[in-house]
Write a protein that binds this ligand. Structure first.
Ligand code: SF4
Length: 257
């Protein structure tokens, strides 16, 4: 328990959050906490250890078998050579990972070296930070779905070019239409611009909801950017709190500041 709490505190710190709130706990939990002081947790705050239930996906017409529907999209993609990224050093196509009925979907830009190597999006350092962001929301990585605008690694981790995004993104849109997430989080300006067709700066793209193919869409910083500029982690956390609110996940009192 103590180790888990310490890990949770570390998650929050890595998100740039240093102050904690007190949540009213169920009487038996409160009694248990009272009898088991937990050294190392900042006083006087208490961090709830409850794992939240999976939020419900978007209501409306469901795809009968989303697992099968995603498999069919992957089969259609095949050993894709539709854009030039197929011949620029990719090892494999990085399709997407997670719960085919997820209420929450994250969309990034494109695979990096680790993702290209492992065939799964967000598995490198940025992926580890994304995992911490997801866990800070009270969810687990397996409960959400994660994909990118392009499914092949751009050489040298360059930004995917317009023709590459335009060629690849229809497959992402098909994935979204199968999963029907209640909320989509666009990670970074490239994802936001490609999904929304808006050419704007991050400060204008953030802090509002968009309607996107029946889902609500919110824009926040890409974890790779947050690794470069950790001061923005608190801003990203504000975005994620809005997402939690929309998903009906327990929202605590706002953090000071
Ligand atoms: Fe095909 Fe997408 Fe890869 Fe381009 S990035 S080759 S469209 S899978």
């Amino acid at each position: 328990m103590q180790g888990a709490l310490a890990a949770r505190v570390q998650y929050y710190r890595e998100l740039g959050i240093y102050d904690f709130y007190r949540r009213d706990a169920a009487p038996e939990v409160a009694r248990e906490r009272a009898s088991q002081p937990e050294p190392g947790i900042p006083a006087p705050g208490v961090i709830s250890e409850e794992l939240f239930d999976q939020p419900e996906s978007r209501p409306g017409s469901k795809v009968e078998d989303p697992h099968q529907a995603l498999r069919a999209i992957r089969e259609d993609l095949g050993d894709c050579t539709r854009c030039k990224l197929h011949k620029l050093g990719r090892k494999q196509i990085v399709f997407g990972v997670g719960n085919p009925q997820a209420a929450l979907m994250f969309v990034g830009e494109g695979p990096g070296a680790d993702e290209d190597q492992q065939g799964e999006p967000f598995v490198g350092r940025a992926g580890q930070l994304l995992n911490k962001m997801i866990e800070a929301m009270g969810l687990r990585r397996e409960q959400v779905y994660i994909a990118n605008v392009v499914k092949c690694r751009p050489p040298g981790n360059r930004t995917p070019e317009r023709d590459e995004c335009e060629t690849c993104s229809p497959f992402l849109l098909r994935q979204i239409d199968v999963i029907k997430p209640k909320v989509i989080v666009a990670l970074g300006a490239v994802a936001a611009k490609n999904l929304l067709g808006l050419d704007d700066i991050m400060s204008n793209l953030r802090r509002r909801w968009y309607d996107f193919r029946g889902s609500k869409l919110r824009v926040t910083y890409h974890p790779a950017f947050l690794l470069r500029d950790p001061r923005q982690k608190a801003e990203a956390w504000k975005d994620l709190q809005k997402v939690m609110e929309e998903l009906g996940l327990p929202i605590s009192k706002r953090l000071p500041g």
